[in-house]
Design a binder for this molecule. Structure first.
Ligand SMILES: Nc1ncnc2c1ncn2[C@@H]1O[C@H](COP(=O)(O)OP(=O)(O)O)[C@@H](O)[C@H]1O
Ligand SMILES: [Mg+2]
Length: 256
């Protein structure tokens, strides 16, 4: 029985123009179940983005194998079933919010109806914004639109690389609370990169702690906090326990 997402003996080495090489990621083995929310944390430069890029077929690994529902990332991407949300929303400035949200699904050959777009905009809290253009939105609203655009693909995987990294802390906290509601409603499988321990603990079913470069998996921590999770949880002892465990793992990995 194959798992929903399987990563086996993965390694990525970058080749520099001068003949030098950088081993960014090595020996990564990870299984993710359908509907799981898995975060990846680690210090800057440990290969988090690299890992996400090979899963999303933006990069080809140097070694190892990835399977998404039994298929290669290339096949899944060509089917338009990989949603990505990065730090920059990369909306098309000349299109309305509504057309931005439907844009990638249209490119993938699975156009979404106007009703579906409205439904997605409501889900991400952008109801009434359909005819606005990206420059008329705040940073947080642009990220919401990017999430809606990714969900319009009905993705097998939603890859998020520090999606709230450019937002102020209060907006960022609010966005993570809302992301959980969106995730609960869509049941999408999420791989989420962050360097924030509390963000990872709050959102995830499991947190993958990576070592510094070359990034390997230090430990995978189960987050046994009940769901649905709300803001008050961040003040609870059981939440702080998880933060402590993740903190210890992260700093242990840095001494190795
Ligand atoms: N295109 C590239 N060419 C060469 N080295 C790269 C490239 N992209 C990333 N790296 C290096 O690979 C390592 C991992 O990078 P990255 O995956 O971006 O880390 P993170 O997202 O955890 O900060 C870093 O040392 C980075 O400098
Ligand atoms: Mg990165």
């Amino acid at each position: 029985m194959s798992r929903y997402l399987e990563i086996r003996e993965l390694a990525v080495t970058y080749a520099g123009a001068d003949g030098s090489t950088t081993a960014a990621v090595r020996d990564v083995d990870l299984d993710v179940d359908e509907g799981e929310f898995v975060s990846i944390i680690g210090v800057s430069g440990c290969g988090k983005s690299t890992l996400l890029k090979v899963v999303g077929d933006i990069l080809t690994p140097s070694r190892g194998q990835i399977r998404v529902r039994g298929r290669s990332p290339g096949e899944v991407r060509r089917q338009g079933r990989i949603g990505v949300v990065f730090q920059d929303a990369t909306l098309l400035p000349w299109l309305t919010v509504e057309r931005n949200v439907g844009f990638l699904a249209g490119l993938a050959g699975r156009p979404v109806s106007r009703d579906r777009v409205r439904e997605l905009l409501a889900l991400v809290g952008l109801e009434g914004c359909q005819t606005r253009r990206p420059h008329e939105l705040s940073g947080g609203m642009r990220q919401r639109a990017a999430i809606a655009r990714a969900l319009a693909l009905d993705p097998y995987l939603l890859l998020m690389d520090e999606p709230f990294g450019a937002l102020d802390e209060i907006t960022r906290d609010r966005m993570s609370e809302e992301l959980l509601k969106i995730w609960a409603a869509s049941r999408v499988t999420v791989l989420f990169v962050t360097h924030s321990i509390p963000e990872a603990a709050f959102l995830s079913d499991r947190v993958v702690v990576m070592t510094p470069r070359p990034g390997t998996i230090q430990r995978v921590v189960d987050v046994k906090l009940p769901r649905p999770r709300e803001r008050a949880l961040k003040l609870a002892d059981e939440f702080m326990d998880h933060v402590r465990i993740l903190h210890t793992e992260l700093y242990t990995s840095m001494q190795a």
